[in-house]
Each structure stands twice: as structure tokens, then as C-alpha cells.
Design a protein around this ligand. Structure first.
Ligand code: F6P
Length: 534
């Protein structure tokens, strides 16, 4: 494994890149969606597809068959398939941290017949075979614990203390599948080091009825450890005993030693080959399993696994994560669109945009290639958004009439939730209407204020319903899309060095807030520090 060689060619060094540039300067730039639909009766079929649990209509995007052909050639020239196979073989593709990238293994069934399904590379890899055994042992232990908590009538409140990947994924999924949560359990997610968050929650809790989950891959993250200590202090101050601590605190971490030092005896572990933002399938998923039960969690994994298999084996032209990644590249590097707005028309998916911000921007927000050379082109777009139809009444004005083009990704459900089902058609009609309005516009309107240029691109993803399997597949779709776009851009999507500098500076500044010491600081930081110093 140490002799791992990155099989990729950077996108700008392929011949397809130059051909795409010429294509963009020719037909690409002036592409008109309305004309494209008028000319091609098959356009909807050509640019839509059914992937596991997810139907995707990509036809309202600024591409035609020649564009997609060139983009697929680019993917082949970049070595996307070999790079994907390296991930599925357990190669250390996270080269800066010398780690494999195997969150997909967390979803793999225990008795999946690797040799025939996965081919030689995977079957031969010890990392994968050993990993799979450990994955299932931990999964079984986690699901047993989840069921115990669900059956425990005394515990009413479960508090997950974690941040970033140890918060966003579990919180997003637990909210999405809230209909499955037992009525006698409340789930809380605390992430911020602002004491207002944990403090206001603790006022509502009783220690004997509360279970704290300390979720941190490293078990060193400042926010999480600060909140974990505050929760422990509160527990003891409320009369809790050391023995009680052992029953009311669980650690979810790869750092078993630090968890033991903290005084936690129930720890569910995971592995360094699970990135923080890819960890909801691991022990970090315990709050999800408590919310939806062991069966529900297994269905979530099964949905994601179905998408893994699709990504691993579907031809590039019919591979949904790849098609979405190619669109991302086309928009970012040729059209120059700087952002993408996520519009899930589902209250359950209201935290999806925040979750995807970390997944996409922490993974692909890089300015150097995997070898550390500066990139001459842009990478991750800004991901932002809000559940529909709320977004319509906030920022959609800009998406319809502002000078920047912002591709929108709509997500809708064919079946609504159990609550007030009569409202679902109204919700879905709004999603369809926005996508159509963005494309058609009202270009002939004389009054400029009322004129809509139209030709604004969008994708439309459709799930049958918001159940564990569909959600698992949807999340895995995004993970693989991020992998594929990062592969094309030639970057390492699995490190996050960009978050380090701020952490170091904060460690230096915190004691200065007490002393007012501004030595060596720039004038702005010094001026602010003096105002903040106590
Ligand atoms: O600082 C960024 C980060 O490392 C994320 O990548 C990660 O998800 C988050 O912090 C939390 O890390 P941990 O799970 O180790 O507490």
C-alpha cells in the first residue's frame, strides 16, 4: 500500500479539457434550454435517469449530447474509474494523511460476496476484509445499545455533543426521519461552544433521565471537549455519582484512550479511514439508531450500499454521481458559476443544505492538487440553501432576476409525510413551478421589473418517500458526487488542513482576552481584543 500511485491525470492536462473549452466558446456559452427542448423531443428521457432510490431529471441543465460526450471523455482521461477503484480497494488515497477512504465499507453487508461483486482488487485487500469484520462487530454492538436505550423507560433525553461531521450528519438524518422516533425519547444536538446552547438545554434536563453521547472522532476538538466537561460538571453538580457518570455518558470516537481518561467506560469506536464528514454510518450514527431503531439503521445502510454499488459499477454515462460531478465541473470551470443552491422541498430535509456545506466545501474547497501544486482553476462552488418553499420567500428573487446564475438543485418526495398529507401537492407544485419558472422565464415582458430572462438551470431529484433507505441512498449519492468532482479536479477531498490555522490562533488569543496582551498582533485584531478583554 505504501507504494500507492495516484492514477489520475489533472483535468486541465487532458485533451478533453481543451476540447471542452472550444465547445464552450462555440455552442456552449449561448446554450438555450427552451430551444433545446423544442429541438429534442427526447431531451427529458436523455437527461433523466433512475438510480437506486433516486430519480434524477437533469434535463433543465445547460448541456446537450455533445457537451455530455465531451465531459465523459474528460472523466475517462482523468482516470476517474481507476481512482474510484482505488478507493473501493482500500488504497490510501487520502495521501496527505496516508489513510484509506472507506466510509462505503460501513454500509457493506457482512456476507456480501466480494470476489464476484467487487472484483480482484477488493477481495485481495486485507484492509478491506479486516475492516469489514470490525465494522460489523461494532455495528452490532451499537445497534444493541441503541435498542437498549429505546427500551429504557427512564431515559427520556439523549444529548449528542459533537461538531462538524460529528453533529451535522446525525442531526440532519435524525430530523429527516423524526416520524420514526419513539414518542418518549427526545433527541438534542449540541455543537457550539457558545454556552447559550448547552446552558439553555441543561435547564430543561434531569440527570437521571439523560444520556450524553460525546461524539468526536479525535476526542480533542475544543468545542466538543468544552461542552463534554460542562455536561459532566453539571451531572455531578446535580447530585450524579461517578457510577452514574458511567451509565449516563457514552463516547463515540476513534480515540479510545482519551475517552477512558475522561471517565467514560462505554465507548463505541471507529477507524481513521472514516472521514469526519463521512462518519454518520459509523458509531457516530448512534443517535440516529436510537431515533429510528436497529432495523431502520440497517435500512439506511442498505440504501447507501445500493448507491455505492451503482457508483462502483454503472457505466460513466449512466452513473448518477458522475453525471452530477461533471455538471459541477462544467458550471464551475466553464460557465464560471460560483455557487449552487440546494432546495429540498421537504421540512424533514431542512438541515440537508448545512450538512452538504460541510460535505462539499470541506472536501473540495482546495486550492492545490493532491501533490500540493497550486491549481489554475476553481474548485468547490459555494453550497447554500434552505428548505422549500421557505427559500422562495427569501432569496429566490435573486436566483430568478439577479445578475448571477445560480444552478438550483430541487429535491422532492413523491409521497409526503403522515402529517397533514393534503398539503403535499401544494408543496410539490411549488417545486415544479420554480424549476419551470427558472427555465422559461418571462423574457418578452416589456416592463424590466417584471421581466425574467429564464434559461436558469436546475436539477430535480425525486425520492419515493423520506424513509431510511431513500435517505441513505441520497446521502451516498452526494458523497460519491463529491468524490467524483474532487477526482476530476485532481485534489485530495479527504483532508481539511484549512481549518487548522484558525484553531491555532484561537489558542493563542484566548489567554490574551484575560490579560489584554496585544503584543505582535495586527492593529485590527489588537483593537478588537482590547474591546473584548475583560
Ligand atoms: O475542524 C474540522 C473538523 O475536523 C471536521 O472535519 C470534523 O468533522 C470536526 O472538526 C469534528 O471533529 P471531531 O469529530 O474529531 O470532534
Amino acid at each position: 500500500m505504501s507504494g500507492y500511485h495516484d492514477p489520475r491525470t489533472r483535468c486541465d492536462r487532458t485533451s478533453a479539457w481543451a476540447r471542452l473549452r472550444a465547445h464552450y466558446e462555440g455552442a456552449g456559452r449561448g446554450f438555450d434550454l427552451r430551444a433545446a427542448f423544442a429541438q429534442d423531443a427526447e431531451r427529458f428521457e436523455r437527461f433523466s435517469q433512475q438510480a437506486p432510490h433516486v430519480f434524477a431529471d437533469l434535463s433543465k441543465n445547460l448541456i446537450d449530447a455533445p457537451t455530455e460526450t465531451l465531459l465523459l471523455e474528460l472523466a475517462r482521461e482523468c482516470g476517474l474509474e481507476a481512482y474510484r477503484d482505488a478507493m473501493f480497494a482500500g488504497a490510501p488515497i487520502n495521501n496527505t494523511e496516508r489513510r484509506a477512504v472507506m466510509h462505503w465499507l460501513l454500509r457493506k453487508p457482512e456476507h456480501f460476496s466480494a470476489p464476484t461483486q467487487y472484483g480482484k482488487a477488493l477481495a485481495a485487500t486485507d484492509t478491506v476484509a479486516n475492516g469489514l469484520r470490525e465494522v460489523h462487530a461494532t455495528l452490532d454492538a451499537m445497534l444493541t445499545l441503541a435498542e437498549q436505550v429505546r427500551a429504557d423507560e427512564v431515559i427520556t433525553d439523549i444529548v449528542n455533543i459533537g461538531i462538524g461531521g460529528s453533529d451535522l450528519g446525525p442531526a440532519m438524518v435524525a430530523k429527516a426521519l423524526d416520524e420514526l422516533r419513539p414518542g418518549n425519547k427526545r433527541l438534542h444536538f449540541v455543537s457550539n461552544v457558545d454556552g447559550m446552547e448547552l446552558g439553555s438545554l441543561l435547564r430543561q434536563l434531569r440527570p437521571e433521565r439523560t444520556l450524553f453521547l460525546i461524539a468526536s472522532k479525535t476526542f480533542t476538538t475544543l468545542e466538543t471537549m468544552t461542552n463534554a466537561h460542562a455536561a459532566r460538571d453539571w451531572f455531578l453538580a446535580q447530585g450524579g455519582s461517578q457510577d452514574g457518570l458511567r451509565r449516563h455518558f457514552v463516547a463515540l470516537t476513534t480515540n479510545l484512550e482519551a475517552a477512558a481518561q475522561f471517565g467514560i467506560t462505554t465507548t463505541l469506536g471507529f477507524w481513521d479511514w472514516v472521514g469526519g464528514r463521512y462518519s454518520l454510518w459509523s458509531a457516530i450514527g448512534l443517535p440516529i439508531a436510537i431515533a429510528i431503531g436497529a432495523q431502520g439503521f440497517r435500512e439506511l445502510l442498505a440504501g447507501a450500499h445500493a448507491m455505492d454499488e451503482h457508483f462502483r459499477s454503472a457505466p460513466l454515462a449512466a452513473n448518477l454521481p458522475v453525471r452530477l460531478a461533471l455538471l459541477d465541473l462544467w458550471y464551475r470551470n466553464f460557465h464560471g458559476f460560483a455557487s449552487r443552491s440546494m432546495a429540498p422541498y421537504s421540512h424533514g430535509l431542512r438541515r440537508l443544505p448545512a450538512y452538504l456545506q460541510q460535505l462539499e466545501m470541506e472536501s473540495n474547497g482546495k486550492g492545490v492538487d493532491a501533490q500540493g501544486a497550486p491549481l489554475p482553476y476553481a474548485t468547490a462552488p459555494v453550497i447554500w440553501g434552505e428548505a422549500g418553499s421557505n427559500g422562495q420567500h427569501a432569496f429566490f428573487q435573486m436566483i430568478h432576476q439577479g445578475p448571477d446564475t445560480v444552478p438550483v438543485e430541487f429535491i422532492a418526495l413523491r409521497e409526503g409525510g403522515r402529517d397533514l398529507p393534503g398539503q403535499h401537492p401544494r408543496l410539490v407544485a411549488n417545486a415544479l413551478a420554480q424549476a419551470r419558472a427558472l427555465m422559461m422565464g418571462r423574457p418578452d415582458e416589456e416592463d424590466g421589473h417584471r421581466r425574467f430572462s429564464g434559461n436558469r438551470p436546475s436539477s430535480f431529484l425525486l425520492l419515493e418517500r423520506l424513509d431510511p433507505a431513500s435517505l441513505g441512498a441520497l446521502i451516498a449519492l452526494y458523497e460519491h458526487r463529491v468524490f467524483a468532482s474532487g477526482a476530476l479536479w485532481g485534489i485530495n477531498s479527504f483532508d481539511q488542513w484549512g481549518v487548522e490555522l484558525g484553531k491555532t490562533i484561537a489558542r493563542d488569543l484566548e489567554p490574551r482576552l484575560a490579560t489584554g496582551d496585544t503584543e505582535g498582533l495586527d492593529a485590527s485584531t489588537a483593537g478588537l481584543l482590547q474591546r473584548l478583554a475583560s
